[in-house]
Design a protein. Sequence first.
Length: 98
Amino acid sequence: MDIILIPLIQLINYGLNLYLWAIIIYTLLNMCISFQIVNPYNHFVTMSGQFLSRIIDPFLNKIRQVVPFFGAVDLSPLVLIFIIYLIQGILNQILIRF
């Protein structure tokens, strides 16, 4: 069982790290578009934004239903990052026990 479980948990942990970086890039891209640092009509920016939006917005929308807005500040990416760190901590504790 350890032969399958340990690599599977490590693979999930790597996937969560990639998703964490996708959240950070998505948030920075939205900030750069909001402050007009990046041209939103650029094809690469549009494609990247749409891809990141498709993989991140479903989770952020569920968090936005619970976490209220504070003016123009959206705290849902921060909450999602904390949830990912919580899941990674649980997975690391499972790995330590094996």
